[in-house]
Design a protein around this ligand. Structure first.
Ligand SMILES: C[S@@+](CC[C@H](N)C(=O)[O-])C[C@H]1O[C@@H](n2cnc3c(N)ncnc32)[C@H](O)[C@@H]1O
Length: 237
């Protein structure tokens, strides 16, 4: 049986148990995310990454740094938006938001959850962006999508994020962190946490330049989870 056929019983259980096969084509991952949303059948508690609030790391950055870097009403893309909490937060701040996800079920669900903002949400694949999303945004917000796919997919995903941006556009990327002493090989995700150096290299190889050093901090969970936040800029030469 193919990995996908085997997983349709419960993708969430396989993800939670760490028993999911990692070394599969990138398209299989898109089907897996779709399966998680479909299996959840409208119950947010069954979507492991849904916290019913915008990412605290993204919110902190938007409060502290974004006003000095972005004009009011700037165009913002929310990548892999899931159920839409980050997108709604940004739209309520007055930004011109487009939020997309590869999962049709996630997008339909986000529209139902946020009817006032339903027109923000669309289905799109970061790995195969339509022309209307390319080189259009002043800011790309990436919360936990780079870390959700295996390390072999990082370069393609980061390339897609860079393609969203206008010249001078900024990406804020939020991911789990891990120590330099924890080997990349054999990580059993998702998530697949980054070291600060890996996150910096992934974004730099996509042609982006650092605005700040990658920020590493422990969150408020008990026990705390190490988090990274990277802010990079597209600077075409
Ligand atoms: C771990 S979830 C995070 C969702 C959301 N950002 C959040 O923090 O709640 C990763 C999301 O990325 C989406 N995704 C995965 N691959 C994608 C792709 N190639 N293009 C667009 N979205 C993708 C998944 O469907 C999923 O919603």
């Amino acid at each position: 049986m193919s990995p996908v056929a085997r997983e349709t019983a419960s993708t969430v259980d396989l993800l939670r148990s760490g028993a999911i096969e990692v070394d599969v084509p990138i398209e299989v991952w898109a089907q897996r995310f779709e399966s998680v949303y479909r299996e959840a059948a409208g119950d947010r508690g069954r979507v492991p990454w849904s916290h019913r609030r915008p990412s605290p790391s993204m919110v902190n950055w938007m409060n502290a740094a974004a006003p000095g870097l972005l004009r009011p009403g700037a165009r913002v893309a929310v990548v892999g938006c899931g159920l839409g909490d980050d997108a709604v937060f940004l739209a309520d701040r007055g930004y011109d938001v487009t939020a997309f996800d590869v999962s049709q079920t996630a997008i339909d669900w986000a529209k139902r959850l946020h009817p006032r903002h339903a027109d923000l949400f669309e289905v799109a694949d970061l790995l195969d962006l339509p022309a209307c999303l390319r080189h259009r945004f002043d800011l790309a917000v990436e919360v936990h999508t780079l870390q959700a796919l295996p390390p072999a997919c990082r370069a393609d995903l980061a390339g897609g994020i860079a393609d969203l941006l206008v010249h001078g556009g900024i990406v804020v990327a939020c991911a789990r962190g891990r120590g330099d002493d924890e080997p990349l090989e054999g990580l059993s995700g998702p998530p697949f946490p980054f070291t600060p150096r890996e996150l910096a290299d992934t974004l730099a190889r996509a042609g982006l330049e650092a605005v700040d050093e990658v920020c590493s901090f422990d969150d408020e969970n008990d026990p705390p989870v190490n988090r990274l936040r990277a802010v990079y800029r597209r600077c075409d030469r």
